[in-house]
Design a protein around this ligand. Structure first.
Ligand code: NAG
Ligand code: NAG
Ligand code: NAG
Ligand code: NAG
Ligand code: NAG
Ligand code: NAG
Ligand code: NAG
Length: 428
C-alpha cells in the first residue's frame, strides 16, 4: 500500500499553440499506482446503491498520489466508475487559487463490508482549485467532505465520463481527466491503466504507451465512458451477445445479472447461493479453488466488429478477441477445504437491467486504453504478465496473484462520446 516511485515520461508531439492559463504544455505522463489490500470491500457504484453482501474481498483498490489545492501527497482511489474528486474530511487545504463555490454536494457510494450491504452518502462543500496528478495540473472542481466518509486513505478521484458525475450541475464540474483535456494539458485525450497481477500498476496519461503491451490493441466503441458492449464467452463459446458492460476500476469484483450469472455457474459447475438482502437479491458462487472456470468477454462484440469490417476507415477492430477473467483472480475468498468464493457474483441493477460491472480483477494483466477522443476502449495483453491471462485463445492458463495499474492523460473533446453513449443507452 505504499506509494511507489513516480516518474514522468517525456512528452511526445507537443503543439505549443494551445492557449492556456499556465505554461505547462500538453504532454503525457506516466505514474505508478499502489494497491491497497482491503479485507472489506467498497463497491463504488452509485447506480442503485446496491452492494455485494457476504463477500470479503482480499483484492485491492488502486491508489495514486495527488495534490489538491494546498494539500499534497494525497492518496486517492483511481475509479473509472465515478466522475468526481472528493477528499476526506479535514484534508482539504485551499491553494492559492482556491475559490469557494458556495455549493454543497451530496454523493452516494454503495459500500459493502464483510457483513452487510449499504450505501454511504458523503456531503461537503465544493471548491475550484488546482489538482496535480502525474505532474499535470488542471483547475478542477473538488469536493471537500465534512462529517464522515467511508472512503479509505485520502478520498477518491473519478475517471469516468460526465454522466457519472454527482456534483450539482450548477458547479459545471467535469471529471478531472476531462478537465486536463479541455485545458489542453495532455497531448492526446486518452489514459491507460496497466494493472499487473503482482500488485503493481501504472496509469498512463495523455498517450498510448505501446511499449507496455504485446500484440495489437483491440479497439471497441464505447457507449459512455466507460460503458461498452461485449459478448459473454464461457469455455470458448459465445453465450450471450451485446451485453452492457461498465468497466470500473473502483469495483473489487465482477457483477452480472443474476439470471446470466446463474447460467454461468450452472454451466461451469459452480455452486450458486442466492440470498435476499435488504437491497435486493445477491447470487454468490463457490468453486473448487484449484479449478477456476474459463469465462471471458469478447471485445469488440461481434456486431461492432462486423460493422467495422465494412468501413476501412473505422478505428474499431474488425475482429473480436476474447479476454478471460484471469484464472488467478477467481478466488475472492479462500474458505478452506478447496472451497473458494467466486469473484463473479450476480446482482440486478434496477436502473440498468442487464448491466455488468466489471471491476479490477478483470483489468489485471491488461493494458486498457481509455480513449476519450475517439470514444473507444482498447485492450491488449501487458508485457511481463503472468500466464494467467489468455487473450485470443479461450484456453485457460495458470493461476497467479493480483496486479496493479497505470494511468495516462490526453487532450480532446468528450462531447463526441456523450452523443455516442446516449444513443446506446436509450436502445437498451
Ligand atoms: C510525500 O510523501 C513522501 C513519501 O512518504 C515524502 O518523502 C515526501 O516528503 C512527502 N511530500 C510532502 C510535500 O509532504
Ligand atoms: C462565496 O461566498 C463568499 C462569501 O459570501 C464570496 O466572497 C464568494 O465570492 C462566493 N463565491 C462564489 C463563487 O460565488
Ligand atoms: C457539512 O457541510 C454542509 C454543507 O456546507 C453543512 O450543511 C453541514 O452542516 C456540514 N456538516 C458538518 C459536520 O460540518
Ligand atoms: C441453475 O441451476 C439451479 C439449480 O438446479 C436452477 O434453480 C437455476 O434455475 C439454474 N439457472 C439457470 C439460469 O438455468
Ligand atoms: C456497436 O454496436 C451497437 C449495438 O449493435 C450499435 O448500437 C453501435 O452503433 C455500434 N457501434 C459501432 C461504432 O459500430
Ligand atoms: C481516432 O481514429 C482515427 C481513425 O478513425 C485515427 O486516425 C486517430 O489516430 C484516432 N485518434 C486517437 C487519439 O486514437
Ligand atoms: C463453500 O463454502 C461456503 C461458505 O462457507 C458454503 O456455503 C458452501 O456450501 C461451501 N461449498 C462447498 C461445495 O463446500
Amino acid at each position: 500500500m505504499e506509494i511507489l516511485s513516480y516518474f514522468m515520461l517525456v512528452s511526445l508531439a507537443v503543439v505549443a499553440v494551445y492557449g492556456s492559463d499556465s505554461v505547462d504544455l500538453p504532454r503525457s505522463s506516466r505514474l505508478t499506482l499502489s494497491q491497497k489490500k482491503s479485507t472489506g470491500f467498497l463497491h463504488l457504484d452509485r447506480r442503485d446503491g446496491l452492494a455485494s453482501e457476504g463477500i470479503k474481498i482480499d483484492a485491492g483498490f488502486w491508489y495514486a498520489d495527488f495534490t489538491v489545492g494546498g494539500a499534497s501527497n494525497l492518496s486517492l482511489l483511481i475509479d473509472t466508475g465515478s466522475g468526481d474528486i472528493v477528499v476526506n474530511p479535514g484534508i482539504y487545504i485551499p491553494g492559492k487559487t482556491s475559490e469557494n463555490l458556495n455549493i454543497t454536494f451530496e454523493n452516494t457510494y454503495g459500500t459493502t463490508s464483510k457483513d452487510g450491504t449499504g450505501s454511504a452518502t458523503i456531503v461537503g462543500d465544493l471548491y475550484s482549485d488546482k489538482v496535480i496528478f502525474g505532474g499535470l495540473t488542471a483547475t478542477q472542481i473538488v469536493g471537500a467532505a465534512n462529517g464522515t466518509s467511508p472512503l479509505q486513505k485520502s478520498g477518491i478521484a473519478g475517471f469516468s465520463g460526465q454522466r457519472f458525475n454527482q456534483f450539482p450541475a450548477s458547479s459545471n464540474a467535469t471529471p478531472f481527466f476531462q478537465s486536463l483535456c479541455d485545458q489542453k494539458k495532455v497531448s492526446e485525450c486518452r489514459f491507460g491503466l496497466a494493472l499487473s497481477d503482482d500488485g503493481t500498476g501504472i496509469q498512463i496519461l495523455g498517450e498510448l504507451d505501446t511499449s507496455l503491451y504485446t500484440g495489437d490493441l483491440v479497439v471497441a466503441p464505447i457507449i459512455e465512458n466507460w460503458v461498452l458492449l461485449g459478448d459473454l464467452v464461457v469455455g470458448g463459446e459465445v453465450q450471450e451477445r451485446d451485453m452492457l458492460i461498465e468497466l470500473d476500476s473502483g469495483t473489487a469484483t465482477i457483477v452480472g445479472p443474476i439470471v446470466t450469472v446463474s447460467a454461468i455457474f450452472n454451466a461451469t459447475g459452480i455452486q450458486g447461493v442466492l440470498r435476499s438482502t435488504s437491497e435486493g437479491d445477491l447470487l454468490t458462487g463457490y468453486f473448487p479453488c484449484d479449478k477456476p472456470p474459463t469465462v471471458g468477454f469478447n471485445f469488440p462484440p461481434k456486431t461492432n466488429a462486423s460493422l467495422a469490417g465494412k468501413d476501412s476507415l473505422s478505428a474499431i477492430s474488425m475482429r473480436s478477441s476474447t479476454f478471460n477473467i484471469p484464472l488467478n483472480a477467481w478466488a475472492a475468498v479462500d474458505n478452506g477445504n478447496n472451497n473458494c468464493t467466486a469473484v463473479l457474483s450476480g446482482q440486478n441493477y434496477e436502473a440498468h437491467p442487464g448491466l455488468w460491472v466489471i471491476g479490477q480483477p478483470f483489468f489485471q494483466g491488461l493494458y486498457i486504453d481509455h480513449n476519450l477522443e475517439n470514444g473507444t476502449v482498447g485492450f491488449a495483453k501487458l508485457k511481463r504478465t503472468s500466464p494467467g491471462r489468455s487473450t485470443t485463445a479461450p484456453t485457460a492458463s495458470v493461476p497467479t496473484p493480483t496486479g496493479d495499474a497505470i494511468i495516462h492523460k490526453h487532450s480532446a473533446w468528450a462531447m463526441l462520446v456523450l452523443a455516442f453513449s446516449l444513443v446506446v443507452v436509450v436502445t437498451m
